[in-house]
Design a protein around this ligand. Sequence first.
Ligand SMILES: NC(=O)c1ccc[n+]([C@@H]2O[C@H](COP(=O)([O-])OP(=O)(O)OC[C@H]3O[C@@H](n4cnc5c(N)ncnc54)[C@H](O)[C@@H]3O)[C@@H](O)[C@H]2O)c1
Length: 269
Amino acid sequence: MTRMTDKVALITGARQGIGRSCAIRLAEQGADIVAVDQPGPESDDALGSLANSVRELGRAAVVAAADIRDLDAVTGAVRAGVDELGPLDVVVANAGIFDAPGPSWEIEEQVWLRSIDVNVTGTWNTVKAAVAQLNPRGGSVIIMSSTATVKSHAGSSHYSAAKNAITGLAMTLANELGERSIRVNSVHPGSVATPMILNPTTFARLRPDVDDPSAADVAPVLAGRTLLPVPWVDPIDVSNAVLFLASDESRYVTGLQLVVDAGLAQKVA
Ligand SMILES: NC(=O)c1ccc[n+]([C@@H]2O[C@H](COP(=O)([O-])OP(=O)(O)OC[C@H]3O[C@@H](n4cnc5c(N)ncnc54)[C@H](O)[C@@H]3O)[C@@H](O)[C@H]2O)c1
């Protein structure tokens, strides 16, 4: 428990999936955690459970409900965390959505706008609120992008456009914040075993030939997209990459686009 000792890490989208895994992984290594997720009873329960898990690891946790589309709400959540735990050392701008895929010209306007609002503006809101609260000694900002920036799949233009936008945001921030010893990197997962892809809608899209398909039915399809013989990576594989970028082990790494995808982006179709 030494890689993050006494550092404070803000994580958005922390109630489940990759965000939760990041919160636990960083706490295991000594970080105190400010965990943010969207408002609602489901979040309250999940964030409460996350806080208990972090405290069982001997670290402090502040949880806050905020929709990242709402700058005032995100700013309030960040301030609440900093007031209790001190300035931020690490920001993991992780919250994001992928829903209602379809051909670019058929995607509903509100679906397009929601993807841009959450994935792009929400990430910018997070950064805007958090950079002002970063430790004057420096810090590490990690933007959760996707292999959708390097390998596009038909039907995901609203997501791909958003993830390309925040990758640009990350690289711009790296230029802007380097002189303040703030490193900025993006992480680009391929398929990850979280509710974002392990859900009935995605299963039906990937296996239209099967009635009521399951994860086992889609596994061969996704395994066909990777170099390594696995259909997806686990959240821990992404949070280990985040831990590296958050820790001083990567003290001179900035402007990196770190792909964690079992070879999905490199595979020739
Ligand atoms: N799962 C994958 O295959 C995969 C692949 C590449 C990138 N990613 C990215 O990783 C990140 C985490 O995804 P995940 O797989 O853990 O998905 P997930 O759906 O399990 O978790 C996403 C989290 O973000 C939160 N969130 C969504 N909208 C929000 C909002 N408006 N305000 C606050 N919180 C909000 C959700 O409540 C949820 O806790 C996302 O940015 C996603 O795009 C995921």
